[in-house]
Write a new protein. Sequence first.
Length: 438
Amino acid sequence: MARIAQKQLFGWEEIEDLGDLARLRLVLESLPDEDLMWKLERARGVGRNDYPVRVMWNSLLAGFVFGHESVESLRRELLRNAQLRQVCGFDVLRGAGAVPSSSAYTRFLKVLMRHEEEIEGLVDKVVTDLQEVLPDFGECLGVDSKGIRSYARRAPKDQKRDGRRDRDADWGVKTRWGLDKEGKLAKRSRSWFGYKLHLIVETNYELPVAYAVTKASTGDCPQGRKLVQKLEERHPDLVERCEVFTGDKAYDDTKLISELWDRDGIKAVIPIREDWREEEPTRLVEGTENVVYNFKGDVLCCCPQTGTMSPMAYGGFEKDRGTLKYRCPARHYQMECPGQARCPVKGAVRINLSENRRVFTPIARSSYVWENEYKKRSAVERVNGRLDVSFGFERHFIRGMKKMKVRCGLALAVMLGMALGRIKEKQKDRMRSLFKAA
């Protein structure tokens, strides 16, 4: 918390009910921001101190906690709400006159833009604190990206900077493949002008642990690999604790899936793109005569007499061998198979992961475990929804990459700080709530 020495008419402990302000208190007390405050105060030096750094910082965080989409909205609330001004640290004797001007907030945001690394480090510190209070934090991670639309127009290259155009944003396209009414592959696309927020989220607790802000045109998969690498550098204990890593089809990449397992021992649960579905419905498993697999990861055996395809029974993953075991369906399910006597598969077959690293993963794609783990990926979408609705990214006034990175970092820090504060206040069941008072 950015602690402030100020004149007080009354203390927090003397207020019978802070109401909604209790949520702000949780965030201010949970964020380990003292190092950042020290750097900002040192940078200011002995100049004018009409609006102290710590007061500006606390009030800016209040804007996120209470969902103000602009500085002017925050200032109007500060002007009318004396209790909020006191919690933020404003001089109560000056009253509404202590509220900073719009230009003061603009200058303060420009200062914060020069401390992008420190803000990201603040997020890392809260993630570390959460690992200490939640022993199972990090067991399941998920990755996704979120398009953030810019409502400014793209600035021509020869136009002078005026603050109304966005020179850093560009166009992004999100493509989804699916089956149409006739069962054929169909492509659906949407485009937007703006940025993209890439997130790795702890899916059991629905909390972000790593992030990156890029232009909208940046690919999901390359940035996903970079995020995993950043997570390994900043939170090696978290990566070591992780067991499952989920993502949507945008992250279906042999390199990512292989690195997660070979380097970190993490099981990837990522659906495969349907890029060879029609051209080659099935492929023969190497070393077998009648065992094939499809892009979904289903393993089937072909009856040598009738040619009928039957799904084989999954027998589990053998970690020491690096193989998936599949049993003869006739023997396992006690079925009648006309060609059983001639079938080369007498008991079971073992398929090495190297057969196809995209299709064969430590958690078999055809298993119920895979389906249950993949459902956890929706936690990332819920985090994205909270950023849109609760933190104002659905409709915002942010221009420029630097400001977008700062605003995203602050929003995630507040989200994590709120969760940490709830846990410390024995309110773990409300750790994701930004609206309910403590």
